[in-house]
Structures are given as structure tokens and as C-alpha cells.
Design a protein around this ligand. Structure first.
Ligand code: ADP
Ligand code: ZN
Ligand code: ZN
Length: 737
């Protein structure tokens, strides 16, 4: 029974950020959720039948859809779009745009010139060439169009043309590659894994919920290395075997080769992987496979939540505390929260997994909304590492000499003697070391000691960082580079570099341990997951003794021979200004610590700090996550911060400062009174200028029960937005910059 017949007028939602639905006349029968093609301002769109018409247009002014497609999304998805829009204050059209983002999903595969990468070509291995090679690797070496290569490898058209010319890229016969079903796999439990008692119990509880159906949220709360993955694999197989679809979400950097091979050995076939670096053909085939129900298990990043799921039975959110689930560029949403919302509408279970759950999730376990399932021991009896602080007040790092040259200057060091001794001992035992410092580049501050001049970005109100690899100053906000000045542009004195980044640690290690084989891992050296994988496999094969890196290193990997983790600056995150600073520092250090001692040798973690008795560090050393989080959460309860209160940030950006200020003042003058809440601001945002846009902030707070979203939406709508002003609404913000 279809709901609408040919000739009926319906409201069609268009995937467009300003859209809330237009009226169209159907030219064939359709249902709620049926995809239709229609034209808006003479451009073709795929939209969905969204509801009853509500415009007052005369009959003859209503356009007909171009065609009604033989595909639809479930009504539950429509409900989810509506609820997500209400929650995030995105338009429904903006949410739909996250789902319908495959331009040619309903057209025949496009014929275009495709190229394959010749890995044996004799051409020199440049950075761009490596990036292109990695782009192919992240698509299982599928042939790619020039557009694919440019988009995924982030190289220019001319680089690609050059590679075609020197035959690194070879044209292929395009018909040879069309196989829409290449991602359709059959899975079954290979029986390769025997769950231990804790794992079986957890898997049994989730399995029961899958069997009974209905909405429920589980927190799979297990220390690093306790085997959470195998538990949710078990759940995924159960849901799959019951004929349902399964979404496994994880942060991009957790989509490792290690993970893929574990999946394959348990499920009997490789996973279908979804992330932002897929070729257009791959995206299209996976999207269509999910839509028609042939693909029922997808492992992906947050955007996989927006695949056209038909019959979801289970969603897993691995590393649920990870901030990469928060989307901040095009619409603000938290993929974990939106997954839970989706599950509540689909009436299915969700599994959140983490060794360091977020305060929000822990609170929901405490108040009984979520079920907590604990895994308390490391799988196979590996012991947790011993975690100690090194008090830098008593162990000031000594200076070191860059080279053997007698006359070479001494450089102030960042590694204390106890840490150096531990490194030496570990190397002597032929085991591996990881040094962690969450700062890119060589030195974060470039300054004149005489007049105080500091290198800052012209377009952003932040300092420039010195990066030794590129030999330039780099702005971490906008990516702008500048030459490193010889002398202070102000007074002509020599400039000095302050602070410590990964590159400086690399230099210090090279001087102190000249025989050690080291690798540097930061977003500047690791352009893709493949380049990270290269380092991971070198770690596994023992070709690296010391790996030095930023937070990219903190999670996911399992290195049996890694027994020492050193955190160069444990204090860095403690002084953040937002209320999650302590939580995030704790999570990060705890995750880093979890890298050590995962094999047969016990691990050791050393945290360099000027504040050994800071509660965050004491809690980490004592392995006392729950005590720490409880104290942190008590503080938030008193301050009425999330999860005990709500926040909405409104960031207003403008090219012209006076227009921005005027608009903000106008908004402030019509700010409503909120029962149980208030509107604070406007104040200049913490980073006042980014890419030449000035930024102001309002913060709206309210108690948990207040319905802030409609109030904020109504308020913002009261003042007409001038040209060159952007308003970004961030519900439950994570980033306070
Ligand atoms: P977590 O995700 O909780 O940090 P992992 O899932 O990575 O832990 O598991 C740690 C290690 O133990 C992995 O090498 C994993 O393959 C192994 N493992 C976990 N559970 C089992 C099991 N039941 N049988 C065999 N190996 C297991
Ligand atoms: Zn100066
Ligand atoms: Zn900048």
C-alpha cells in the first residue's frame, strides 16, 4: 500500500543546507521516504518524500518531480533526520545532505578515464608521489580518476599530469573495473576466538538485547588490552546472523591493518570500510550496497552513520570518548550522540566501548540509563604498566651537545636523567620506547628576548610555530607559512625559540642516543593512514627503537615489545581553560600509558611533570580512573556543567569587525530570558581571528531539563543576518576556541 498516488502534491526534502522542504507533484506513486529526483533553480537533486504539502502556492505553480525512484529510506530514518535537526539546530536539509552525498548514486556508473598506480615505476619517490601511492593503497589499489587522486592525495592536477606523463600512473580499460558487488561479503563466525569469562558475560548481555530487540545502550568499559573488540565482534555477528545490518564506528586512526586482519579472521571475509578517502566509485558502490541491503556490515568513521541504512540491528561506537566523533566544520553534531538517537528511534541496542569513557557516558551509567559492562583484566594476563611521575623540579633536564664538535653549543634539554636512564635500559634490553609530546613542530614560540616581539600569524590571532622539517614558521590554525626571520624584525636582535615540540625531542634523542633508530609520528609527517601503517609495521618488526609522536600515537596499536612510554610534558593539558581539560588530559595520558607492556614483558610509564601531586597525575599513577572521574564530575555537578547542565555555543564570525560587533550587540539586545538558564556574551572568542575572520561568542547555559534549542533558534531568527556574517550553533560544544 503506497501512501501517495501519481498526481498528489507532497513535501520533498532537498539535501541542501537551507532546505526545510518544497512542494512537488508526484508523477508516480510514492511513499514517505521514497527518493525522488527534482529540479531546484534548474539544478537536479535527489530528495526524499518528506510529508504533506504546506505551501499556499496555487495548483498550477507547483512543479512536478522529474522521476520517482525505485528506492526509499525507512520512515525511522526520516524521524531521525527530524530529531537530529531539532537537536543540533541544523536544517533537516543539512542533515539529509550528510546522507545523500553521492552525486551519481542513482545514475549509471560514470565513464571516465581511470588510472592505476605503477608501484614498480622508476620515478623518484617524492612526497606527492608517496601521497598518491597511499591514496591508491587506501582504496585497495582500485583504479582512480584524476579527481579521485586530487581529492584523496591532496596533490595538484599538475602533479597528477606529471605522473601520467612519466608513466607512474597508467591508463586502464575502464570497463574492466566495473563490479558493483565487490563489497558484498558473506560472514560467519570462524570460531577462531574463545571468549574468556568476562568477555562471555558481556557478550551474553548484549546478545540478549539484540535478541529481544528494543533500544538499550551498553558501555563496554574495559582497560586497554582487555579484549573489547572481540566482544563487540561477537555482538556484530549475532545481529548479522539475525538478518540485521551492523555499523561499527571508530575514529579514523583506529582503522588499522591490525584491526582489519582481526576482523577478517573472525568473520571469514574482510570488512567493508567507509571513510573520507574513498574513490567516488567506491563510495557509490558501498552506498548503493547499503541502500539495497546487500552490504550489512560496515566499519567506518563518523560519516558511516549517514549511510542509507535499511535494517539496522546494532551500532557500535568504539573509543566513544574520542573527540573525533564531534563534527565541527559543516554543521555541529556529535556522532556518538546521534548514533544513540538513531538507535532509540530504530529501537535497537548500541554498544559504546572505551577504556576511558567520557563523563557524559559514565553519568548515564550511574543514573541507570546505560548498562555498564566491565572487563577488568588484560587479555592473556598481560599486566598493566607501572606508572610513575618524574618531578622535573628535582630532575631538571640537562643540556646536551648537538654534535661531537667541541665547539658546538650546548642546547637546553627536555628529557630528564631518570627518563634518559630508563630509555637506555630499555634499549639495552632490546625493547622499544615511545615518547609522547602533544605538540607539532620544533618550537611553539619564536620570540625576541630583547624587545618581546613574537612571531604571530597575520590572519589569525595565534603564534607561529617553528617547523624544522620545512624550515619555516607555520600557523596551526590556517596553515600559512612564513620564513623564519634571521633577526628580530623589530629591533634586530637574534630571535630565540621557546617551548618543545616533537621535532625538538627527535633532535635531542639523536644527540643523546645516536645509535637508536627513531621515527617521528605527527600529523605533519603522517599524511595518511598508510604512512602511519608503515611505522606501525616497522615497530612490529623491530626496525624502530624509539618512536616519538603526538596524540596520533595514543591509541589503537598493540606493540608487544614496547615496554617504556615516556610523556615529555604531562602538564600541558592540565591548564586548559575549559571544564573538560582534566578529563581529556586524563584520557590521553591513560590511553598513552595503555600502549606499554601489552606483550609478555611488563611495561613502564614515566610522566615528566612540574606538578607530581596534581590530582590528574596522582589518579593516573594509582590507576584510579573511577575515583578521578568521580571527583571531576562532582566539580561539574556544582558548576552545573555538562552532563549536569547544558551548553550551547553560538559563534558569530565576520569579515568586517564593525559589522560583526553591531550584529552581536543587536543580538544581545533581544536576548530572551531563559527559565533555568542564561545567555552569556558576546565576548571575543578565545582565538579572535582565524583566516581573517573575526570571531565572537555567546554561551547559553541551562539546567538539564531546559529545552534550550528552540529558544536559541527563535532568538537568532529575531535579527536579520547581514552579509559576510556566519553564525555557527554548537550544541554541547567540545571545543571552546
Ligand atoms: P582492547 O580493544 O580492549 O584494548 P583488544 O581487543 O585489542 O583490547 O585485545 C587485546 C589483545 O588480546 C588483542 O591482540 C586481541 O586479539 C587479543 N584477544 C582479546 N580477546 C581474545 C580472545 N578471546 N581470544 C584470543 N585473543 C584475544
Ligand atoms: Zn626585538
Ligand atoms: Zn593563521
Amino acid at each position: 500500500m503506497v501512501m501517495f498516488k501519481s498526481g498528489d502534491v507532497v513535501k520533498v526534502l532537498i539535501p541542501n543546507v537551507v532546505n526545510t522542504g518544497y512542494d512537488y507533484r508526484l508523477n508516480a506513486p510514492a511513499d514517505l521516504g521514497t527518493f525522488v529526483e527534482c529540479r531546484v533553480m534548474n539544478r537536479p537533486y535527489i530528495g526524499v518524500v518528506w510529508g504533506l504539502p504546506d505551501s499556499k502556492l496555487p495548483e498550477d505553480k507547483i512543479k512536478s518531480v522529474v522521476r520517482v525512484l525505485d528506492a526509499s529510506m525507512p520512515v525511522t530514518t526520516l524521524q531521525w533526520i527530524k530529531r537530529m535537526a531539532e537537536w543540533t539546530l541544523m536544517t533537516p536539509g543539512a542533515v539529509l545532505k550528510l546522507i545523500i552525498n553521492i552525486p551519481d548514486a542513482f545514475s549509471p556508473p560514470r565513464m571516465q578515464a581511470l588510472y592505476s598506480f605503477d608501484f614498480d615505476a622508476k620515478a623518484r619517490m617524492t612526497e606527492s608521489r608517496q601521497a598518491v601511492a597511499d591514496a591508491f593503497a587506501s582504496n585497495d589499489n582500485d583504479p582512480m580518476s584524476i579527481n579521485d587522486i586530487v581529492n584523496i592525495a591532496h596533490v595538484s592536477q599538475s602533479v597528477v599530469r606529471g605522473m601520467v606523463k612519466n608513466e607512474t600512473l597508467k591508463p586502464v580499460d575502464m570497463r574492466a573495473v566495473e563490479d558493483e558487488n565487490r563489497f558484498v561479503h558473506l560472514y560467519h563466525d570462524m570460531g577462531t576466538v574463545q571468549l574468556n569469562d568476562e568477555q562471555s558475560f558481556a557478550a551474553g548481555e548484549i546478545g540478549g538485547a539484540i535478541e529481544h530487540g528494543g533500544f538499550s545502550v551498553f558501555l563496554l568499559d574495559g582497560i586497554t588490552g582487555s579484549g573489547k573488540t572481540q566482544v563487540y565482534f561477537d555482538s556484530a555477528l549475532r545481529a548479522y546472523n539475525a538478518g540485521k545490518s551492523v555499523l561499527l564506528m571508530m575514529p579514523e586512526i583506529a582503522l588499522t591493518a591490525q584491526f582489519m586482519s582481526r576482523f577478517e579472521s573472525r568473520f571469514g571475509a574482510p570488512p567493508v570500510v567507509w571513510h573520507s578517502n574513498l574513490t567516488a566509485a567506491r563510495r557509490r558502490d558501498i552506498w548503493r550496497g547499503v541502500l539495497n541491503g546487500d552490504i550489512r556490515v560496515v566499519v567506518g568513521t563518523r560519516s558511516a552513520l549517514f549511510l542509507p541504512w535499511q535494517n539496522l540491528g546494532l551500532i557500535v561506537v568504539d573509543e566513544e570518548h574520542d573527540t573525533s566523533y564531534k563534527q565541527e566544520d559543516m554543521g555541529n553534531y556529535h556522532a556518538r550522540d546521534m548514533a544513540i538517537l538513531r538507535a532509540s528511534i530504530e529501537k535497537i541496542p548500541v554498544v559504546l566501548a572505551s577504556a576511558t569513557p567520557s563523563a557524559e557516558t559514565l553519568e548515564n551509567v550511574a543514573n541507570g540509563k546505560y548498562r555498564g559492562l566491565k572487563l577488568c583484566s588484560r587479555f592473556g594476563g598481560a599486566t598493566l604498566p607501572k606508572i610513575e611521575t618524574i618531578d622535573l623540579r628535582e630532575n631538571r633536564p640537562e643540556s646536551y651537545r648537538i654534535s661531537n664538535d667541541e665547539n658546538a653549543p650546548d642546547v637546553p634539554g627536555a628529557l630528564s636523567n631518570p627518563l634518559c636512564d630508563a630509555i637506555r635500559e630499555t634499549l639495552d634490553n632490546h625493547q622499544q620506547v615511545m615518547l609522547f609530546i602533544n605538540r607539532r613542530g620544533f618550537a611553539p614560540i619564536v620570540q625576541c628576548k630583547k624587545c618581546g616581539w613574537t612571531a604571530t600569524c597575520d590572519d589569525c590571532s595565534v603564534g607561529m610555530n617553528y617547523h624544522k622539517r620545512i624550515g619555516k614558521l607555520l600557523c596551526h590554525m590556517c596553515g600559512r607559512t612564513e620564513m623564519m626571520p634571521d633577526k628580530c624584525p623589530n629591533c634586530g636582535e637574534n630571535v630565540s625559540m621557546r617551548g618543545v615540540g616533537v621535532e625538538k625531542i627527535e633532535a635531542e634523542i639523536a644527540a643523546r642516543f645516536p645509535n637508536a633508530r627513531t621515527a617521528l609520528v605527527s600529523s605533519d609527517t603522517i599524511a595518511s593512514r598508510q604512512s602511519l601503517e608503515r611505522i606501525v609495521s616497522k615497530m612490529e618488526s623491530g626496525e624502530i627503537d624509539i618512536v616519538i609522536g603526538t596524540q596520533i600515537l595514543a591509541k589503537g596499536h598493540h606493540f608487544p615489545n614496547l615496554t617504556l612510554v615516556g610523556v615529555v610534558d604531562s602538564d600541558m593539558g592540565l591548564f586548559g581553560t575549559d571544564f573538560r581539560a582534566a578529563e581529556h588530559t586524563f584520557q590521553q595520558l591513560f590511553q598513552v600509558a595503555g600502549r606499554a607492556g601489552r606483550g609478555e614483558f611488563p611495561g613502564r610509564v614515566l610522566l615528566q611533570t612540574y606538578q607530581p601531586d596534581h590530582p590528574v597525575l596522582m589518579a593516573i599513577c594509582a590507576g584510579n580512573r573511577d575515583d578521578f572521574m568521580n571527583t571531576d564530575m562532582d566539580g561539574r555537578r556544582v558548576a552545573k556543567m555538562p552532563p549536569y547542565g547544558q551548553l550551547i555555543a553560538v559563534i558569530v564570525e565576520g569579515v568586517r569587525e564593525n559589522v560583526l560587533q553591531k550584529y552581536c550587540a543587536d543580538l544581545a539586545s533581544v536576548a530572551p530570558n531563559i527559565v533555568g538558564g542564561k545567555i552569556m556574551g558576546p565576548v571575543p572568542a578565545q582565538i579572535y581571528q582565524v583566516r581573517n575572520w573575526y570571531r565572537m561568542r555567546f554561551l547559553i547555559s541551562g539546567d538539564v531539563r531546559a529545552m534550550l534549542q528552540p529558544i536559541v533558534a527563535d532568538w537568532i531568527a529575531r535579527i536579520k543576518q547581514p552579509a559576510n556574517i556566519r553564525v555557527k550553533i554548537d550544541v554541547n560544544p567540545v571545543n571552546f576556541m
